[in-house]
Design a protein around this ligand. Structure first.
Ligand SMILES: Cc1ncc(COP(=O)(O)O)c(C=O)c1O
Length: 382
């Protein structure tokens, strides 16, 4: 493997981040009690336009808080994406709910609104109503939620968005114009894991339009402990709160988000230009009605070449490329779950490739990715 390995998506961390964490350490407020968690919540709420934001220890725990606050539990059914990272789906299952998985639509790779409604209808015929619909916006691309918010609202089915990968993405036209992903439903979650556009090391956030839900989630995230100096708990909660130390890094990272987004767009434009006329390659999704964050540049091969072969070849040339998500219905714990679809997720899985997209990637590194990718695809195209 060449010395100059090009990673997929590494965090962009600088002296300013180090200073911010150092100041927090010096303050001794390193755990969940401290002023920076609230400040981080306020800044994220302001950036996304969400009325309320509740910090959590990860995107996964944020999703757990949202679903738990909505009352999801044993005996309930939740509709969730089949094509996603399994963390989108695990919280509902861990809360004891049954999950019905729905196929994505091929343009954005996000859940197909028609499949969601089909699943709702299937459940209605069984005399059941989903306790929630979980939607996802993968790779920084906003999904087609515009046609779903109305019907779900009419049926009073809560919508929870997994916007873990799409901080900075928004809709530009249609019913959701001007809204950031994660703010179209009653709750939306973000992740600040190391590979995300901004990081706290680990961390998450729930965005919500409901003050009552925000209070409930904050309460649940702090062991459901009542205010005061006694140890009084009025529910079975969790230790899911973000720490002040993590928030110190999150705040410093958030102050640079605009620059990071610009860099991600630049990376997408360069890949688009290079691959625009390459036969058999579908570019990273760029739907008409939205402005994606371009978090992770993801192409699809539609000429029958196996994505896995290209990924393995890139890796031997020192370039970290990754397959897209393995459909949830193909994962061992989910094999018996109901799946509404006809193989779109499997086709995406066989054809999708994520390419290096780190904010700090140099133009020379990107040129190398472009050159090697084109040469591999052309060699297999015969
Ligand atoms: C789509 C999606 N959902 C949920 C998560 C979970 O976030 P976390 O790793 O912060 O728990 C991630 C990322 O890791 C993700 O990519």
């Amino acid at each position: 493997m060449p010395d100059s390995f090009i990673p997929l998506a590494i965090p962009e961390l600088d002296e300013e981040d180090a200073r911010s964490v150092y100041e927090c350490v010096k303050s001794t407020f390193v755990s969940s009690v401290g002023p920076l968690v609230g400040k981080f919540e306020e800044h994220i709420a302001r950036f996304t336009g969400a009325p309320h934001a509740v910090a959590a220890s990860s995107g996964t725990t944020a999703m757990t808080l949202a679903l738990r606050a909505l009352g999801v539990g044993a005996g309930d059914v939740v509709i969730a994406p089949d094509f996603t990272f399994v963390a989108t789906v695990n919280p509902a299952v861990n809360l004891g709910a049954e999950v019905v998985l729905v196929d994505p639509e091929p343009e954005t790779m996000n859940p197909d609104p028609d499949r969601v409604l089909e699943a709702v209808d299937m459940l209605r015929k069984e005399g059941r109503r989903p306790k929630a619909v979980v939607f996802v916006h993968l790779y920084g691309v906003p999904g087609k939620l515009g046609s779903l918010v109305g019907p779900l609202g009419d049926m009073e089915v809560p919508l929870v968005e997994d916007a873990a990968e799409s901080l900075g993405a928004s809709w530009t036209s249609g019913p959701l114009a001007g809204r950031h992903t994660g703010t179209a439903g009653i709750c939306g979650i973000l992740s600040f894991n190391g590979n995300k556009i901004i990081t706290c090391g680990g961390g998450g956030m729930v965005l919500t339009s409901s003050e009552a839900l925000a209070g409930r989630m904050k309460h649940l995230s702090t062991q459901a402990r009542r205010p005061g100096i006694e140890y009084d708990h009025d529910d079975v909660g969790y230790n899911f709160r973000l720490t002040n130390l993590q928030a110190s890094l999150g705040l410093s990272q958030l102050s640079k988000l605009g620059r990071y987004l610009e860099r991600k767009h630049e990376i997408r434009r360069r890949y688009d230009r290079a691959f625009g006329s390459l036969a058999g390659v579908l570019l990273h999704p760029s739907p008409q009605d939205s402005a994606g964050s371009d978090w992770l540049y993801t192409v699809r091969l539609d000429s029958g070449i196996s994505a896995r072969v290209v990924i393995d070849e890139l890796r031997t040339r020192g370039i970290e490329a990754r397959p897209v998500w393995t459909p949830v219905h193909m994962q061992k714990p989910y094999i018996k779950m109901r799946y509404v679809g006809n193989g779109v997720s499997e086709k995406l899985h066989a054809s999708g490739i994520s390419l290096p997209s780190s904010v700090g990637m140099t133009e020379a590194q990107q040129d190398r990715v472009i050159e090697e990718f084109i040469s591999i695809v052309e060699s297999y195209s015969g």
